[in-house]
Ligand binder design. Structure first.
Ligand SMILES: *Cc1c(COP(=O)(O)O)cnc(C)c1O
Length: 286
Protein backbone atom coordinates (compact mmCIF):
# COMPACT_ATOMS: atom_id res chain seq x y z
CA UNK A 1 0.00 0.00 0.00
CA UNK A 2 1.54 3.27 -1.04
CA UNK A 3 1.07 6.49 0.79
CA UNK A 4 0.23 8.75 -2.13
CA UNK A 5 0.19 12.42 -1.19
CA UNK A 6 0.91 11.67 2.47
CA UNK A 7 4.52 11.12 1.54
CA UNK A 8 6.96 12.24 4.26
CA UNK A 9 8.88 14.22 1.65
CA UNK A 10 5.98 16.63 1.33
CA UNK A 11 7.04 19.80 3.20
CA UNK A 12 4.86 20.86 6.11
CA UNK A 13 2.88 23.95 5.15
CA UNK A 14 3.20 25.54 8.57
CA UNK A 15 5.28 24.71 11.60
CA UNK A 16 3.56 22.33 14.01
CA UNK A 17 1.93 24.65 16.50
CA UNK A 18 -1.29 23.71 18.31
CA UNK A 19 -0.88 19.99 18.71
CA UNK A 20 2.57 20.64 20.11
CA UNK A 21 1.22 21.57 23.50
CA UNK A 22 -0.39 18.14 23.73
CA UNK A 23 2.89 16.26 23.46
CA UNK A 24 4.45 17.09 26.77
CA UNK A 25 5.38 13.46 27.42
CA UNK A 26 8.73 12.61 25.87
CA UNK A 27 8.60 9.23 24.05
CA UNK A 28 10.37 6.79 26.37
CA UNK A 29 8.87 7.55 29.75
CA UNK A 30 6.72 5.00 31.53
CA UNK A 31 3.54 6.98 30.97
CA UNK A 32 1.95 6.93 27.53
CA UNK A 33 -0.09 9.95 26.46
CA UNK A 34 -3.78 9.10 26.63
CA UNK A 35 -5.91 9.42 23.52
CA UNK A 36 -7.74 12.44 24.90
CA UNK A 37 -4.50 14.18 25.84
CA UNK A 38 -3.29 13.54 22.30
CA UNK A 39 -6.29 15.06 20.55
CA UNK A 40 -5.69 18.20 18.53
CA UNK A 41 -8.06 21.14 18.62
CA UNK A 42 -11.00 20.48 16.31
CA UNK A 43 -9.80 20.93 12.74
CA UNK A 44 -12.21 22.58 10.32
CA UNK A 45 -10.23 24.72 7.89
CA UNK A 46 -7.67 23.40 5.42
CA UNK A 47 -4.90 25.14 7.38
CA UNK A 48 -5.96 23.37 10.61
CA UNK A 49 -5.51 20.06 8.85
CA UNK A 50 -2.19 21.09 7.35
CA UNK A 51 -0.89 22.08 10.76
CA UNK A 52 -2.12 18.93 12.52
CA UNK A 53 -0.79 16.71 9.76
CA UNK A 54 2.59 18.41 9.90
CA UNK A 55 2.67 17.90 13.64
CA UNK A 56 1.73 14.22 13.44
CA UNK A 57 4.25 13.64 10.66
CA UNK A 58 6.96 15.33 12.68
CA UNK A 59 6.14 13.04 15.61
CA UNK A 60 6.21 9.98 13.35
CA UNK A 61 9.58 11.02 11.97
CA UNK A 62 11.00 11.62 15.44
CA UNK A 63 9.70 8.28 16.73
CA UNK A 64 11.09 6.47 13.69
CA UNK A 65 14.50 8.05 14.10
CA UNK A 66 14.52 7.30 17.82
CA UNK A 67 13.89 3.65 16.92
CA UNK A 68 16.55 3.64 14.19
CA UNK A 69 13.89 3.24 11.52
CA UNK A 70 13.21 4.93 8.21
CA UNK A 71 10.07 7.12 8.57
CA UNK A 72 9.13 6.19 5.01
CA UNK A 73 8.31 2.66 6.24
CA UNK A 74 5.47 4.03 8.32
CA UNK A 75 2.16 4.78 6.71
CA UNK A 76 -0.11 7.37 8.27
CA UNK A 77 -3.75 6.30 7.94
CA UNK A 78 -6.05 9.14 9.06
CA UNK A 79 -9.15 7.93 10.93
CA UNK A 80 -12.14 10.02 9.87
CA UNK A 81 -14.91 8.29 11.84
CA UNK A 82 -17.61 10.63 13.21
CA UNK A 83 -16.17 13.59 11.25
CA UNK A 84 -18.74 15.14 8.91
CA UNK A 85 -18.23 15.30 5.18
CA UNK A 86 -17.64 19.04 4.86
CA UNK A 87 -14.64 18.74 7.17
CA UNK A 88 -13.42 15.71 5.23
CA UNK A 89 -13.40 17.84 2.09
CA UNK A 90 -11.13 20.33 3.87
CA UNK A 91 -8.93 17.47 5.07
CA UNK A 92 -8.66 16.23 1.51
CA UNK A 93 -7.63 19.71 0.36
CA UNK A 94 -4.86 19.55 2.96
CA UNK A 95 -3.51 16.38 1.34
CA UNK A 96 -5.38 13.56 3.08
CA UNK A 97 -6.17 10.99 0.42
CA UNK A 98 -6.84 7.94 2.60
CA UNK A 99 -9.48 7.75 5.29
CA UNK A 100 -10.40 5.03 7.75
CA UNK A 101 -13.84 4.39 9.19
CA UNK A 102 -15.04 1.83 11.71
CA UNK A 103 -18.70 1.54 10.74
CA UNK A 104 -19.87 0.22 7.40
CA UNK A 105 -22.94 2.42 7.03
CA UNK A 106 -21.05 5.61 7.77
CA UNK A 107 -18.17 4.64 5.50
CA UNK A 108 -20.51 3.72 2.68
CA UNK A 109 -22.32 7.06 2.89
CA UNK A 110 -19.08 9.04 2.94
CA UNK A 111 -17.60 7.02 0.08
CA UNK A 112 -20.69 7.80 -2.02
CA UNK A 113 -20.92 11.50 -1.13
CA UNK A 114 -17.19 12.10 -1.53
CA UNK A 115 -16.78 9.91 -4.62
CA UNK A 116 -15.49 12.87 -6.63
CA UNK A 117 -12.38 13.05 -4.40
CA UNK A 118 -11.10 9.55 -5.19
CA UNK A 119 -10.33 8.76 -1.56
CA UNK A 120 -8.83 5.40 -0.56
CA UNK A 121 -11.27 3.98 2.01
CA UNK A 122 -10.11 1.67 4.77
CA UNK A 123 -12.57 -0.11 7.02
CA UNK A 124 -11.03 -0.67 10.44
CA UNK A 125 -14.00 -1.85 12.49
CA UNK A 126 -15.67 -5.17 13.16
CA UNK A 127 -17.80 -6.48 10.31
CA UNK A 128 -20.88 -8.67 10.27
CA UNK A 129 -21.37 -11.05 7.38
CA UNK A 130 -24.56 -9.31 6.27
CA UNK A 131 -22.53 -6.17 5.48
CA UNK A 132 -19.95 -7.99 3.36
CA UNK A 133 -21.69 -6.98 0.15
CA UNK A 134 -21.36 -3.27 0.97
CA UNK A 135 -17.72 -3.62 1.88
CA UNK A 136 -16.98 -5.53 -1.32
CA UNK A 137 -18.54 -2.69 -3.26
CA UNK A 138 -16.67 0.34 -1.91
CA UNK A 139 -13.82 -0.48 0.47
CA UNK A 140 -10.20 -0.44 -0.64
CA UNK A 141 -9.00 -2.35 2.40
CA UNK A 142 -10.35 -4.07 5.49
CA UNK A 143 -8.23 -4.13 8.62
CA UNK A 144 -10.48 -5.98 11.07
CA UNK A 145 -10.76 -9.52 9.72
CA UNK A 146 -11.27 -11.90 12.62
CA UNK A 147 -13.51 -14.72 11.46
CA UNK A 148 -13.56 -17.23 8.63
CA UNK A 149 -17.27 -16.61 8.16
CA UNK A 150 -16.52 -12.99 7.33
CA UNK A 151 -13.61 -14.05 5.10
CA UNK A 152 -15.90 -16.41 3.23
CA UNK A 153 -18.69 -13.84 2.87
CA UNK A 154 -16.29 -11.14 1.67
CA UNK A 155 -14.61 -13.47 -0.80
CA UNK A 156 -17.94 -14.52 -2.28
CA UNK A 157 -19.09 -10.92 -2.71
CA UNK A 158 -15.74 -9.82 -4.10
CA UNK A 159 -15.74 -12.65 -6.64
CA UNK A 160 -19.21 -11.59 -7.71
CA UNK A 161 -18.06 -8.05 -8.51
CA UNK A 162 -14.60 -9.02 -9.77
CA UNK A 163 -12.66 -7.14 -7.10
CA UNK A 164 -10.00 -8.04 -4.58
CA UNK A 165 -9.37 -6.50 -1.20
CA UNK A 166 -6.35 -5.90 1.02
CA UNK A 167 -7.02 -7.37 4.46
CA UNK A 168 -5.36 -7.27 7.85
CA UNK A 169 -6.16 -9.84 10.49
CA UNK A 170 -7.20 -8.21 13.76
CA UNK A 171 -5.67 -9.62 16.93
CA UNK A 172 -6.78 -8.99 20.50
CA UNK A 173 -3.32 -8.31 21.86
CA UNK A 174 -4.44 -6.82 25.17
CA UNK A 175 -6.69 -9.60 26.44
CA UNK A 176 -9.36 -6.97 27.16
CA UNK A 177 -12.83 -8.45 26.82
CA UNK A 178 -14.10 -5.36 25.02
CA UNK A 179 -11.77 -5.79 22.08
CA UNK A 180 -12.58 -7.61 18.87
CA UNK A 181 -9.92 -9.71 17.21
CA UNK A 182 -8.48 -13.19 17.35
CA UNK A 183 -6.85 -14.58 20.43
CA UNK A 184 -3.09 -14.62 19.86
CA UNK A 185 -2.87 -18.41 19.89
CA UNK A 186 -5.48 -18.65 17.13
CA UNK A 187 -3.61 -16.41 14.70
CA UNK A 188 -1.30 -18.98 13.05
CA UNK A 189 -4.14 -21.39 12.24
CA UNK A 190 -6.36 -18.58 11.01
CA UNK A 191 -3.71 -17.21 8.66
CA UNK A 192 -3.08 -20.70 7.31
CA UNK A 193 -6.77 -21.03 6.42
CA UNK A 194 -7.02 -17.78 4.42
CA UNK A 195 -5.44 -18.67 1.05
CA UNK A 196 -8.60 -20.40 -0.18
CA UNK A 197 -10.29 -16.99 -0.20
CA UNK A 198 -8.45 -15.91 -3.28
CA UNK A 199 -9.85 -12.39 -3.58
CA UNK A 200 -8.49 -11.46 -0.15
CA UNK A 201 -4.91 -10.18 -0.26
CA UNK A 202 -3.51 -10.70 3.20
CA UNK A 203 -1.26 -7.76 4.07
CA UNK A 204 -0.58 -8.16 7.78
CA UNK A 205 -1.95 -7.89 11.29
CA UNK A 206 -3.86 -5.13 13.08
CA UNK A 207 -4.44 -4.46 16.76
CA UNK A 208 -5.66 -1.96 19.34
CA UNK A 209 -3.28 -2.02 22.28
CA UNK A 210 -4.41 -2.02 25.90
CA UNK A 211 -6.36 1.12 26.78
CA UNK A 212 -4.16 2.32 29.60
CA UNK A 213 -1.51 4.91 30.36
CA UNK A 214 0.86 2.16 31.46
CA UNK A 215 3.45 2.24 28.69
CA UNK A 216 4.89 -1.13 29.70
CA UNK A 217 1.56 -2.86 29.10
CA UNK A 218 1.15 -1.13 25.76
CA UNK A 219 4.65 -2.13 24.69
CA UNK A 220 3.85 -5.71 25.63
CA UNK A 221 0.90 -5.70 23.16
CA UNK A 222 3.13 -4.42 20.38
CA UNK A 223 5.84 -6.95 21.18
CA UNK A 224 3.30 -9.77 20.97
CA UNK A 225 2.08 -8.49 17.59
CA UNK A 226 5.54 -8.37 16.21
CA UNK A 227 6.27 -11.94 17.24
CA UNK A 228 2.99 -13.14 15.69
CA UNK A 229 3.87 -11.27 12.51
CA UNK A 230 7.38 -12.75 12.45
CA UNK A 231 5.94 -16.25 12.85
CA UNK A 232 3.55 -15.52 9.97
CA UNK A 233 6.42 -14.37 7.78
CA UNK A 234 8.30 -17.59 8.58
CA UNK A 235 5.24 -19.62 7.64
CA UNK A 236 4.60 -17.48 4.56
CA UNK A 237 1.01 -16.77 5.62
CA UNK A 238 0.96 -13.06 6.47
CA UNK A 239 1.61 -11.45 3.09
CA UNK A 240 4.27 -8.78 3.32
CA UNK A 241 3.88 -8.66 7.09
CA UNK A 242 2.51 -5.18 7.69
CA UNK A 243 1.74 -4.25 11.29
CA UNK A 244 -1.16 -1.83 11.72
CA UNK A 245 -0.87 -0.55 15.27
CA UNK A 246 -0.73 2.77 17.04
CA UNK A 247 -3.37 5.49 17.47
CA UNK A 248 -3.29 9.11 18.61
CA UNK A 249 -2.43 8.12 22.17
CA UNK A 250 0.20 5.47 21.51
CA UNK A 251 1.61 5.72 18.00
CA UNK A 252 5.11 6.62 19.14
CA UNK A 253 5.24 3.45 21.23
CA UNK A 254 3.83 1.51 18.28
CA UNK A 255 6.53 2.82 15.97
CA UNK A 256 9.16 1.81 18.50
CA UNK A 257 7.47 -1.61 18.47
CA UNK A 258 7.65 -2.04 14.70
CA UNK A 259 4.40 -0.55 13.39
CA UNK A 260 4.18 0.02 9.65
CA UNK A 261 0.75 1.69 9.71
CA UNK A 262 -0.48 4.09 12.38
CA UNK A 263 -4.21 4.83 12.47
CA UNK A 264 -4.57 8.36 13.74
CA UNK A 265 -7.87 10.14 14.30
CA UNK A 266 -7.99 12.68 17.10
CA UNK A 267 -4.48 14.08 16.65
CA UNK A 268 -5.49 15.09 13.12
CA UNK A 269 -9.22 15.80 13.27
CA UNK A 270 -9.59 16.84 16.91
CA UNK A 271 -11.25 15.17 19.86
CA UNK A 272 -14.34 13.11 19.18
CA UNK A 273 -17.44 14.05 21.16
CA UNK A 274 -17.35 10.87 23.27
CA UNK A 275 -15.03 7.96 23.91
CA UNK A 276 -15.65 5.09 21.53
CA UNK A 277 -18.01 2.76 23.39
CA UNK A 278 -17.48 0.19 20.69
CA UNK A 279 -13.98 -0.49 21.97
CA UNK A 280 -13.95 0.96 25.43
CA UNK A 281 -17.31 0.42 27.05
CA UNK A 282 -18.29 1.94 30.41
CA UNK A 283 -15.62 1.97 33.09
CA UNK A 284 -12.59 1.41 30.89
CA UNK A 285 -12.97 4.81 29.19
CA UNK A 286 -10.49 7.29 30.60
C1 LIG B 1 -10.94 5.32 16.32
C2 LIG B 1 -9.92 4.32 15.94
C3 LIG B 1 -8.57 4.69 15.78
C4 LIG B 1 -8.06 6.11 16.00
O1 LIG B 1 -8.16 6.52 17.32
P1 LIG B 1 -7.66 8.01 17.71
O2 LIG B 1 -7.63 8.02 19.17
O3 LIG B 1 -8.70 8.92 17.14
O4 LIG B 1 -6.36 8.22 17.06
C5 LIG B 1 -7.68 3.70 15.41
N1 LIG B 1 -8.06 2.45 15.19
C6 LIG B 1 -9.34 2.05 15.32
C7 LIG B 1 -9.69 0.64 15.05
C8 LIG B 1 -10.32 2.97 15.69
O5 LIG B 1 -11.59 2.59 15.79
Amino acid sequence: MTDQSLSPTRPPATPPATAQSTTTQPPNTTVAPTASASAAKTATAVDDFRRNLASVRARITAAAHAAGRDPAEIRLLPVSKTVPEDRLRAAHSAGITQMAENKVQEAKRKAANLADLGIHWALIGHLQTNKAKDVAAFADEFQALDSLRVAEALDRRLQAVGRSLDVYVQVNSSGEASKFGLEPDAVAGFLAALPVYSSLRVRGLMTLAAHTDDAARIRECFRLMRSLRDAGLQAGTVGDGQLSMGMSGDFELAIAGGSTCVRVGQAIFGARPAPDPRYWPDNSAQ
